[in-house]
Each structure stands twice: as C-alpha cells, then as structure tokens.
Design a protein around this ligand. Structure first.
Ligand SMILES: Cc1cc2nc3c(=O)[nH]c(=O)nc-3n(C[C@H](O)[C@H](O)[C@H](O)COP(=O)(O)OP(=O)(O)OC[C@H]3O[C@@H](n4cnc5c(N)ncnc54)[C@H](O)[C@@H]3O)c2cc1C
Length: 489
C-alpha cells in the first residue's frame, strides 16, 4: 500500500498544531514530513502518514490532546512501540498519533496483593525485570516483549508462548484507566470480580478504537519454583503436529509448546547459531514445563511417552538456565531471523483447533507452491495459533499483492478448519475485509454499536477492525460535518 495522504488543509492544520503545542510544548510535537514518516509504519506491510505525532507525559495531557482532536474533528491513533503486525497503530485517515513512549513509569508494585500499576508505555519485559527480585513476574510474554508496551498488549490482547498455560493479556489485567472521546477519564475496578459490566475486558483487544489506556493494574505471578525445557525434533511435520495434540490429550498442559519448521530453523541457525537448534529436522517442538520439581518429573515422563509414540527422533533437555535461555533466544528471534534471509516477510496469525495443525500445514505448503512463495512456520502450537511467514521482496512489482492474496488463502484454510482470523495480532487494517468470513452482519453491527457508545464520531483509530464501506476521505468528510466543534455533545 502506498502512503495515503488524507492530510489536513493548511487552514485546518495550523490551528490544530498550535493547540497541540500549547499542551505538549514544542519539543514533544512532530509535524514535519520527515519526522512524520517514521510514524507512518508499524510492523505490518501497511503505511499512512499522520498529520501530527504528540508525546504526552501525563494523563491530563492525553485528555487535553483528545479534547483538541474532538474540537477539530480529526482522528486520534494511540501508539505504543509500533510493533503491531496488523496496521493498528497507523493513522489510516491521518490525524494525531498519540505516542505513549514517555508514559513508561511503573507506578506501584504491590507484592502482598500480587499486582502492579503501570503506565501504558512500560515495555512488557521491563515489568518482569523490575519484579524479578521480589520473585514475581508478568506472565503474558509476546515474542516482541523487549520492545512492545503494556498499552499495546492490552489493546491487542496480546498472547505469547506461555499463554498456553497462563492465558492471554485479558486474563492478567485487573483494571484500566482510559480516556474517552470527550476527554473523560474512566477507571475500572482493579479488583477481581467487580460488579457491573466488564469494561476492562472490553478494552482488552479493542485496538485503540474505544479510548486511550493511560494506566493499568496488572496481576503478577510468583516465579515458578522450577522450569524444565525440552527440545524434540521430528523427521516429519505430521508427526510433530501429532505430538502437540497427543501431549494435551495425555492430560499434560505444558507452560509453552512452540513449533518451528525447517525453513524457520535454517533462518534461526544463521542468526542465532549459539541456540544450536537442529537444521536437518523437518520440525521441532520447544516445550517449557514449570511448577514444583516432583510435578515436572511426572510431566516429563508423560511427554516423553507421547514424543516417542509420535516418532520424535531426538529429545534434548536444557542442561541449565543458560541452555534454556539459548533455546528461547532462538525462538524469540525467529521473525528477525527470517527478516535476514528475505528482504521482506508478511506474517499471518490464524488460529485453528490443535488437532488440525497437520492438515492445515499441508494446505499452507500447497499455497506456498501454488503462489511460488517460500513460507516459514514458527508458532504457538499449543494454542493452535499459526504464524506462517511469507517471504517476498517488496521491490518487485506485484509481489506484495501476491503475498496478501496467499495470506488470505491461508486465512480461509484456517476458517474452514473451524478457526479464527487472528490469535493475537489483531484485525487492524489488515484483516477488516475478512471479518465477514467469521462474523454475521448482526455480529458486526453489535460490535459497532458498542464502539459508537464510546466514540460516536469514530475519531479513535478510524477505519480499523470493521469492513469499511467508505474510503477515508468519505469518512473524514462525514465526520467533519457531524462532529461538534466545541463543548460536549
Ligand atoms: C518480532 C515480533 C514478534 C511478535 N510476537 C508477538 C507475540 O508473540 N504475541 C503477540 O500477541 N504479538 C506479537 N507481536 C505483535 C505485537 O508486538 C503485539 O501486537 C503488541 O501487543 C503490540 O504492542 P505495541 O506497544 O508495539 O503496540 P502498537 O503496535 O503501537 O499498537 C498496537 C495497537 O494498540 C493500540 N494501542 C497502543 N497503545 C495503546 C493505548 N495506550 N491505549 C489504547 N490503544 C493503544 C494501537 O492503536 C494499535 O491499535 C510481535 C511483533 C513482532 C514485530
């Protein structure tokens, strides 16, 4: 997609910038094209230029920015680290990008109640690093955790390798504070089992379309007493896939079950050779078991039995924490590794029943051959959350369109297998058109009615999630003709 330029006319832009400057000061406002270009991207293949980027330092500044956006009738797009893979943080219809990068303080660690209060720009891994000395950690662990923010994780309801046992972000967020479109601050409980509507749950996964999260109360877990990490290699993808459902059917729920195929292993071994992953296997499983040592022995015995039945050709157990970290270093750098062997890659995020991994991977192989696109698979196998990485060169005319078409074909295979469009990356502007594959007209209308309650003029991250019948120009014109210029609606 080329850079969309739904930019404001100078007569609208100057007063907008003037108002924003009065809130953030000149140092925390970007408005020059070269600077704005850096914020026209996220981790996806989409791009669009914002009109301004602001870096508020406080909740009050976020409220003031949102009120200005409303007065001027321009879109507001919250942005964390911009690692999103579905175009969520891109200002598709122009407007103001609100970066949370300065709001990165851990405000409170309450060990007795096992929770922390954080600002949205706190980097995921920093929270666990901070609480490690207390013997606690924050469980959701996206592979991007060295960069992505808690605010972005909440908005996308992020998952990660260890969500198999521990659940996704929504299972760990106890309460949020967020700014609505009239600049009001809403605070949800922070206590488990609060009465009333589950607004915290609604905000999780709302992709910046309902409000800007300015604070979150999250649950901390005690670090496990012991961890065991196994690496099992297979001569066929089918037997590796069979092992995944076999392990769960045997009544064992490991903390993580990740799968990598041969192309992914080759890429990782070039980038992170110290991980020492086998490159001659058709596929490997990386498994984490955690708990008390006696439990781990039992779990390992059950898993070994399944691995042997499914013809694993080798099973390695990490000797110590160093080797364990190296295995995981390889897995967590898999996307970066694939980025080194191909000029570009496009990642899909379909979810399927665990039992369908083998036939669906076969279909993906067929799509790879039909479209002549190499596809590496590295994914959260325990959750059935696939991440096929389609390798291409964006400099070649038509290559992007071809991978998008192949990506859509993969999504269809996932849906036909009883799955879903996204496991964790969100819909953003990437999969809007696919929403009717899994939601009826009435389902989508119900969601849009909820969105309209929070943001009647669709100023928060417009033209995302829902299939957009109109282009941004039409949406912006409609909005400008209906948005009140001042005061409250
Ligand atoms: C190498 C790599 C590996 C990845 N692995 C995983 C993985 O294992 N699991 C996973 O779930 N994802 C993964 N991702 C995708 C991405 O990291 C996650 O979606 C992450 O949650 C995005 O966080 P962010 O801070 O970068 O948010 P951004 O990309 O900046 O924004 C994402 C969405 O959140 C909204 N948003 C951001 N902050 C706020 C806020 N304060 N209030 C309201 N809305 C907000 C934005 O508007 C946007 O819609 C990966 C990405 C990469 C590049």
């Amino acid at each position: 997609m080329t850079l969309a330029t739904e930019r404001l006319a100078p007569s609208q832009r100057s007063p907008l910038l003037e108002s924003l400057r009065s809130v953030t000061g000149p140092d925390w406002l970007l408005s020059q094209p070269d600077d704005l270009l850096l914020y026209a991207y996220d981790g996806s293949v989409d791009q669009a230029m914002p009109d301004a980027v602001v870096f508020p330092d406080t909740t009050e500044q976020v409220q003031a920015v949102v009120r200005i956006a409303r007065q001027h009738g321009v879109p507001v797009v919250p942005r964390g680290a911009g690692t999103g893979l579905s175009g969520g943080a891109i200002a598709r219809c122009g407007g103001i990008v609100v970066s949370t990068s300065r709001m990165n303080r851990i405000l409170e660690v309450d060990i007795r109640n096992r929770r922390a209060v954080v600002e949205p720009g706190v980097v995921n891994e920093d929270l666990s690093t901070h609480t490690k000395n207390f013997g606690f950690y924050y469980a959701p662990d996206p592979s991007s955790q060295k960069a992505c923010t808690i605010g972005g994780n909440i908005a996308t309801n992020a998952g990660g390798p260890h969500t198999l046992l521990y659940g996704v972000t929504t299972n760990h967020v106890l309460g949020v504070e967020f700014v609505t479109m009239d600049g009001t601050l809403v605070t949800t409980s922070g206590l488990a089992d609060a009465p009333g509507y589950d607004i915290t749950g609604l905000i999780c996964g709302s992709e910046g379309t309902l409000g800007i999260v300015t604070k979150a109360t999250v649950q901390l877990l005690r670090s496990p007493a012991a961890v065991k990490t196994l690496l099992a290699s297979f001569d066929s993808v089918a037997s590796c896939s069979a092992a995944v459902s076999g392990i769960v059917a045997a009544g064992v729920v490991p903390a993580a079950v990740e799968m990598m195929d041969q192309l992914a292993l080759e890429a990782i071994s070039q980038f992170i050779p110290q991980a020492n992953l086998p490159t001659d296997a058709a596929a490997v499983l990386l498994l984490d078991l955690d708990g008390v040592p006696s439990e781990l022995e039992e779990q390992e015995a059950s898993i070994r039995a399944v691995l042997q039945n499914t013809e694993a050709r080798a099973i390695r157990v990490a000797r110590d924490a160093v080797e364990r970290d190296l295995f995981w270093l390889g897995r967590k750098h898999a996307f970066g590794a694939v980025g080194r062997i191909s000029p570009d890659y496009y990642v899909q995020d379909g979810v399927i029943p665990r039992t369908s991994i083998s036939p669906v991977l076969k279909e993906i192989g067929l799509i790879s051959r039909t479209f002549d696109i190499p596809i590496a698979n590295v994914f959260h196998a325990g959750d059935g959350n696939l991440h096929p990485l389609l390798l291409f060169d964006n400099r070649v005319a038509g290559a992007l369109e071809k991978v998008i078409e192949a990506g859509n074909a993969i999504l269809k295979v996932c849906v036909d297998a009883g799955g879903m469009l996204s496991g964790e990356h969100g819909i953003g502007m990437e999969k809007q058109k696919a929403m009717p594959m899994v939601f009826s007209h009435d389902d989508l209308a119900a969601m849009q009615q909820v969105q309209a309650v929070f943001d009647p003029h669709s100023l928060f991250n417009p033209a995302k999630i829902f299939p957009a019948p109109a282009g941004c120009a039409e949406i912006n014109n409609l909005r400008r003709s209906t948005t009140p210029v001042q005061g409250h609606a």
